[in-house]
Design a protein around this ligand. Structure first.
Ligand code: MF3
Ligand code: CO
Length: 249
């Protein structure tokens, strides 16, 4: 069952996502050659606590950190570690907060120093696919319109969409219905309604969409070892169209 939100609840989800956005902006500024992903994790936790919010991922199904930091061929749920970022890396920063009982969730992938032209194209195509997907998040459309927008843009660019992980509804829980695949058919799926709050999160691979799990039980990596990117926003569907609740300042 998809839980529709009142305007007052959307206000609370917006507040939580504003904290998420602020943390992500701060992390993005810290991404440089020489920093470790564990340092980014610690910073994210300090900042969210300072805001009076809780890190949403920590302890969720036993996840041990506040941040997901996914480098290069890591798709999502990369575990922060003593790994040092080097010039040419790309790093996915995925962060969630819980504030006054409501969740926020967003992600972006950023370059470390100078990255390859292919990596530049990957980041652009993935972010654009999210923008196009959000544009489809309007009353009267169907879930498949969101999915197809991501898939169409990504595959036209010559990349592939990950099948094994999906976006999700969000509110009083980090993960609610519906699941939002990044592949699908226009006009199919449930009808989109005002009051739906969705975390749309394309995960895009340069090569095959196939994934492998690391023995750590969390980190999903590309099966072929090629690069992957991830962007995510929490959005609300209103009568006046989609509103991005996690917009970066
Ligand atoms: N944005 C991711 C998601 O919605 C992050 C979850 S990490 C976890 O699944 F640790 F909380 F699982
Ligand atoms: Co999410």
């Amino acid at each position: 069952m998809v839980i529709l939100k009142q305007r007052s609840e959307i206000d609370k989800i917006r507040a939580s996502n504003a904290i998420v956005a602020e943390v992500l902006v701060a992390l993005k500024e810290k991404v440089k050659e020489g920093i470790t992903t564990r340092q980014l994790d610690r910073l994210s936790e300090e900042l969210v606590l300072k805001k009076g919010a809780k890190p949403a991922f920590k302890g969720y199904r036993g996840y041990p950190f506040s941040l997901c930091a996914s480098v290069n061929d890591e798709i999502i749920h990369g575990l922060p570690s003593e790994r040092v970022l080097v010039d040419g890396d790309i790093i996915g920063l995925d962060f969630g907060a819980c504030y006054k009982g409501y969740y926020g969730d967003a992600a972006l992938t950023v370059p470390v120093g100078t990255i390859s032209p292919e990596a530049v194209r990957l980041l652009q195509a993935t972010e654009e696919s999210l923008v196009l997907a959000i544009r489809e998040a309007r009353v009267g459309n169907r879930l498949g319109d969101i999915s197809a927008a991501v898939q169409g843009h990504v595959e036209t660019a010559g990349f592939s969409v990950v099948r094994d992980f999906v976006g999700h509804g969000i509110g009083r829980n980090l993960h609610e219905e519906p699941q939002i695949p990044n592949y699908g058919v226009q006009g199919r799926g449930i009808k989109l309604k005002a009051g739906m709050v969705l975390a749309i999160e394309p995960m895009v691979n340069v090569g095959s969409y196939k994934i492998k799990m690391r023995p750590d039980g969390w980190t999903a990596v590309t099966a072929d070892g090629k690069l992957s990117a991830h962007f995510e926003h929490t959005i609300a569907i209103t009568e006046n169209g989609p509103e991005i609740l996690s917009r970066l300042q």
